[in-house]
Design a binder for this molecule. Structure first.
Ligand SMILES: Cc1ncc(COP(=O)(O)O)c(C=O)c1O
Length: 393
């Protein structure tokens, strides 16, 4: 029996190897501090859980509209208008999805033709490339370099634009680099997208996990960007709801109609009672989410200071999300080998940058979605392990 040819270009996630090694060590009884994690380590706020439980008890157990429940779409459009300066019609320009990953997948399937090219600043979140490939499109990496604070250079993007280029992916705050795109770069990217008539997929899932008093800017709110921007967001990170599978897409009606035609034939709708929880997430108290971000900022500040003291590591201060992408080039070893060394020697799991595209060599992603206490311990253990390997070399 044969599997589909399209899978030839879609590998297993590069994080898998580390996860398997972690499982193996844990089975042997080793204590591993897991900094490979891509999800907040907090519980979902109780009032959100209660709203979903109430919905379940009230019999909200049937299919919803393919677009999602109207109440949630209305809450989303209110939020987008108030916080992001984006104006969308709740009945025709928003879909609630089963997580932002579905939003990315149906956007690419709905808007890309086989052979179309899609530009992605690289390193990038693991699903952009495979989602493009599932649509038959070709992901084109644009380097975003450590030395540039992981911002892509406009000339690097422009140099890769061809007659087949159809979409540019933007993700700010960024996974895995933690970079936050300010007005300056967004203006330049917007001008480029307009000049070359590109769609912009703007993944804003880490929008609120942003530090130093900075403000998130939605590229879709910049002049003449509404018609070409697909704004994607979700509840996973901001409300620690990764297991609920709730995300959303906002875009012009014609785009949303295309996406709905795909989802009619895939997931049909996001889980109905979860959507009622999502409604409470948006409408209810934001206190716990705000506290979670404050805790992430405290951890980032600690790790930023601690990582700079570790021999062989170089660090860019991330402005958002909950990751550091540190350079280990000084160690002159492949990133995968360094990650395995840290796992085996220090009992700390991190992800080699090579899991995040073509420009991740010499980089490691360190997540701080783990307790402050564990981060203190992990930093000390990584320091000891890398001091030892420095001493050997
Ligand atoms: C940049 C980015 N976009 C989207 C997602 C997917 O999130 P969701 O849980 O909503 O599918 C993730 C999850 O790690 C992410 O890092």
């Amino acid at each position: 029996m044969q599997i589909a040819d399209r899978l030839a270009s879609i590998p297993f996630s590069g994080i898998r190897k580390i996860l398997e090694a972690v499982d193996d060590l844990e089975r042997k009884g080793r204590d591993v501090i897991r900094l490979e994690i891509g999800r907040p380590d907090f519980d979902t706020p109780a009032h959100i859980k209660a709203a979903a439980a109430d919905a379940l008890a009230a019999g909200k157990v049937h299919y919803s509209s393919n677009y999602g429940i109207l109440e949630l779409r209305e809450a989303i459009t209110r939020k987008l208008s108030k916080e992001n300066g984006l104006s969308y019609d709740a009945s025709s320009e928003v879909i609630v999805t089963s997580g932002a990953v579905e939003a990315v997948a149906i956007t690419m399937m709905g808007l890309l033709n086989p052979g179309d090219e899609i530009l992605i600043p690289d390193p990038y979140w693991v699903s952009y490339g495979p989602c493009a490939q599932m649509a038959g499109a070709i992901p084109i990496s644009v380097p975003s370099r450590f030395a540039d604070g992981f911002y892509p250079r406009i000339e690097d993007i422009e140099a890769r634009i061809t007659s087949k280029t159809r979409m540019l992916v933007i993700n700010s705050p960024h996974n895995p680099t933690g970079a936050v795109y300010g007005k300056d770069i967004l203006d330049k990217l917007a001008r480029l997208a307009i000049k070359h008539n590109l769609y912009v997929l703007s993944d804003e899932i880490y929008e609120r996990i942003i530090y130093d008093g900075n403000e998130h800017i939605s590229i879709g709110a910049l002049p003449n960007m509404r018609e070409r921007t697909i704004t994607i967001n979700g509840m996973s990170k901001i409300y620690s709801m990764t297991g609920w599978r709730l995300g959303y897409v906002a875009a012009e009606k014609s785009v949303i109609e295309a996406l709905v035609r795909i989802r009619q034939n895939t997931t049909a709708c996001a889980t109905t009672f979860a959507q009622w929880g999502g409604l409470e997430a948006l409408n209810g108290s934001q206190e716990e989410s705000t506290n979670m971000v404050a805790e992430f900022e405290r951890r980032r500040n600690f790790l930023f200071a601690a990582l700079q003291k570790i021999p062989g590591l170089q660090v860019v201060k991330p402005g958002g999300a909950f990751y550091f992408l540190v350079s280990v080039e000084e160690l002159m070893q492949p990133a995968e080998q360094v990650a395995m060394y840290l796992l085996e020697e220090a009992g700390v799991a991190v992800v080699p940058g090579t899991a995040f595209g073509n420009y991740g060599e010499g980089l490691l992603r360190i997540s701080y979605a783990n307790s402050y206490q564990n981060l203190v311990l992990a930093a000390a253990r990584m320091c000891a392990a890398l001091e030892k390997c420095h001493a050997i070399s």
